[in-house]
Design a protein around this ligand. Structure first.
Ligand code: CA
Ligand code: CA
Ligand code: CA
Length: 322
């Protein structure tokens, strides 16, 4: 049974994703990813000072790819200063067997075998004007240096962003490009991630989104968020759900809630909307969010929602059981 599902999922992935490789994704409307230095305070919005992002390159894509980082330094513009700028941030790219299939890498808990696989490239940045608001490019990387996981869409790379020292917040973005000096999509490539750490907009009218894919074995989801600072609401929207609120966290705390999956939501994406608090100004809000299925397995968020941005359709009627 499982064997039959995997090629189907690969097929869905290839059909639904024509390719768009910025992280955060275009449809997410999230300004930046965030990782703090290893001496950071968790109350600033990063529970363990590490972020892990996966990029998938389709197996028929033969040209080299480049992984680019916007504002890789920690200083100057874009970043979050605490005292002196004294933070070092390491970006490492892993491929090969076990790099992306490791459950420790998916969990992003910074223990066990999360640095599995072969390190293909690595570079550390401190405060550096040369890279402030600029792109740094890793590569060229041959697609077949990734881990071959057809169920995840082809050759997969793991990007680990670690706060090595210091206590400042690094804000940055990623792009998988077909070119080394500009962002140009590699046809069919995309990104996914299990534990997502990012900065919310300051503008209270902005709404951010993440798009988990619900396969047909998911019965319920448990969402967990960290350091939400009571910044408005988080709600789930889908083809069959108008908007169900999830429990949100306060400063430096976790909160979780469990939600049943409807039959019509299987094999579709959910739209998890993050709506800012309109009554007060919550600025520089860094948050962490992840989702698990009923077995405690983490569910991937896709940089491009599989099947497109899900919209509630009042027309979907549940057939009553006979
Ligand atoms: Ca500092
Ligand atoms: Ca900067
Ligand atoms: Ca930065």
């Amino acid at each position: 049974m499982k064997k039959a599902i995997l090629p189907l999922l690969a097929f869905i992935l290839l059909c639904a994703i024509s390719g768009a490789q910025p992280v955060p994704g275009v449809d997410e409307n999230i300004p930046n990813l965030v990782t703090f230095g290893s001496q950071g305070e968790t109350g600033w919005g990063d529970d363990n000072f590490t972020q892990i992002i996966f990029f998938a390159v389709p197996e028929d894509y033969a040209a080299p790819v480049y992984i680019r980082v916007f504002d890789p330094d920690v200083g100057g513009e874009n970043d979050e200063q605490k005292g002196e700028w004294d933070t070092r941030m390491r970006y490492s790219i892993y491929g090969g067997k076990g790099s992306c299939s490791s459950s420790d890498a998916k969990k992003g808990n910074v223990d066990g075998d999360y640095l599995s696989g072969t390190m293909l490239a690595s570079k550390s940045f401190g405060e550096n004007e040369r890279y402030d608001l600029k792109w740094y490019t890793f590569g060229p990387i041959n697609p077949d240096e990734g881990e071959y996981l057809p169920e995840f869409g082809g050759y997969i790379f793991k990007i680990v962003i670690e706060g090595v020292s210091g206590d400042d917040g690094n804000l940055y973005r990623l792009f998988l490009s077909s070119e080394n000096d500009r962002n140009h999509k590699a046809e069919g490539a995309f990104a996914y991630y299990f534990k997502y750490k990012f900065r919310m907009h300051d503008d209270r009218n902005e709404i951010s989104h993440i798009y988990p894919y619900i396969d047909d074995k998911v019965i319920s989801i448990k969402q967990t968020n960290f350091d939400w600072d009571n910044d408005g609401y988080i709600k789930i929207i889908s083809c069959a759900r108008k908007g169900e609120y999830v429990k949100i966290s306060a400063d430096d705390t976790w909160n979780t809630s469990t939600h049943k999956i409807l039959e019509a939501e299987k094999n579709t994406s959910l739209n998890i909307q993050m709506i800012k608090n309109r009554a007060k100004d919550v600025k520089s809000n860094n948050v962490v969010i992840f989702l698990e299925n009923q077995y405690g397995e983490l569910l991937p968020f896709y940089s491009v929602p599989i099947g497109g941005v899900p919209k509630y359709s009042g027309k979907i009627k549940l057939t009553p059981k006979k």
